[in-house]
Design a protein around this ligand. Structure first.
Ligand SMILES: *Cc1c(COP(=O)(O)O)cnc(C)c1O
Length: 411
């Protein structure tokens, strides 16, 4: 990084470039008809979203509706149990709706309102993005169409109920494998017909330009807060920062604030049941360069460039690619990518429950698993973990498969 950019401000000014590229990753691979629509979003983002009025309104929403800033918390009991490393959490589980996703959904909703759009369109897999977007739609008085595979609808009943309570239409997708991939296509098809009055809202730092940039910028609030809070609490910066990487939005949210600092940064990918194809979703660790879903990045793909099957115990992490900026930050040598498997994530989940009274999301448990691994090395120092969400959504699954977790506590 040092030899390519003067500092992080310089990095930010140049990334993405005007075509939406981070190095060789990113861009906007779109059918001709949709180019206009994404161009309109880009222009709106670069003008409206930078106005004082927009920024002030978003600031007020974050404070009064979302409950920001969320705290940074020092896990003293857990740190003492494990060794000398001090573990800190950025508590995005305390953000309204229980995860970081609302940070960019409120930004996207506000932009839609300023653009005069009437409807938000998206697909959802596990339903987390759908719930956050339905929340934003209700807040702004917009319609909301969420496309969801029939298989996912059956698996994620509580989130389907939440979306309906919030007034969204959940539109079942019944072709192909009836999961996320088909839902993405259906949402895109709908957008193609409605882009005059609707806006497509992507749920992570993915998809065609400007979404990787826009979602990162909206999420960067959590990193800015965390850096200042950590400095206030300790008088210094953390030695390490880590976050789980699905599409990559909560991680870029926290990483972006520390890129210019002498802080080691780790993205933690889900290794699931192991490194065989179909057993994990560690795109950066096992993937290769390619293009899918409208952008170029590192992806898990077969010889034809089709997405490979992916799996993680955390349904918010099972995506076969990763945001293009992550691919670039690894090329620059600025961020390291590591993995945590299901078992490590589950142990982290139970440790945080029992030692700190916090039930983490299974996604966030992957980031915590890495911090626990570091702490067990027994060295002093500090690590700041982005706790991207709360685990209430996961408790029935965990109880069924792991009981109360007592096998992790046989000391
Ligand atoms: C969706 C989700 C993630 C993964 O998405 P990113 O874009 O990688 O942040 C992580 N944690 C929680 C709680 C989620 O809901």
């Amino acid at each position: 990084m040092a030899n390519k950019y003067r500092d992080f401000d310089d990095y930010l000014q140049h990334n993405p470039d005007e075509n939406g590229y981070f190095g060789k990753f990113g861009g906007a691979y779109l059918p001709e008809q949709l180019k206009v629509a994404f161009e309109e979003i880009t222009v709106a983002y670069e003008t409206i979203a930078q106005s004082a009025q927009f920024i002030n309104e978003l600031r007020r929403i974050r404070k009064e509706f979302q409950g920001r800033p969320t705290p940074v918390y020092h896990c003293e009991r857990l740190s003492n149990k494990l060794g000398k490393t001090q573990i800190y959490l950025k508590r995005e589980d305390l953000n309204h709706t229980g995860a970081h996703k609302l940070n960019h959904c409120m930004g996207e909703g506000l932009l839609a309102k300023y653009m005069g759009k009437k409807k938000l369109i998206a697909e959802t897999g596990a339903g987390q993005h759908g719930v956050a977007l339905a929340t934003a739609a209700a807040f702004f008085g917009l319609e909301c169409d969420i496309y969801m595979g029939e298989v996912d609808i059956a698996k994620q009943a509580p989130n389907v109920t939440r979306m309906k309570m919030l007034g969204a239409r959940v539109i079942p997708v019944s072709h192909g494998l009836k999961t996320l991939k088909e839902a993405v296509d259906a949402a895109f098809d709908a957008y193609l017909k409605e882009y005059d009055t609707a806006i497509y809202c992507i749920g992570s730092v993915l998809g065609p330009h400007p979404f990787p940039m826009m979602v990162r910028d909206f999420q960067s609030i959590l990193g800015v807060e965390a850096r200042e809070q950590f400095l206030d609490m300790t008088g210094h910066l953390p030695d390490k920062v880590c976050a789980c990487v699905g599409g990559g939005s909560n991680s870029l949210g926290i990483f972006s604030a520390f890129l210019a600092d002498p802080v080691e940064i780790y993205g933690v990918e889900p290794l699931g049941r192991g490194p065989q194809v179909g057993d994990h979703a560690a795109s950066m660790s096992y993937g290769s360069p390619g293009v899918m879903h409208g952008f170029s990045s590192i992806m898990l793909q077969d010889e034809q460039g089709e997405p490979l099957p992916v799996y993680s115990i955390a349904s918010g992490l099972d995506y076969p690619s990763v945001g293009p900026e992550h691919a670039y930050l690894r090329d620059l040598g600025r961020v390291h990518y590591v993995t945590a498997d299901d078992e490590a994530a589950m142990e982290a989940f139970f440790l945080l429950c029992r030692y700190e009274g916090i039930i983490p999301a299974l996604e966030s448990s992957h980031a915590l698993a890495y911090a626990i691994k570091v702490a067990r090395e027994g060295k002093p120092g500090s690590i700041l973990v982005n706790l991207s969400g709360r685990g209430d959504k996961d408790i029935d699954y965990v109880m069924e498969h792991y009981g109360d977790g007592s096998r992790f506590f046989n000391e």
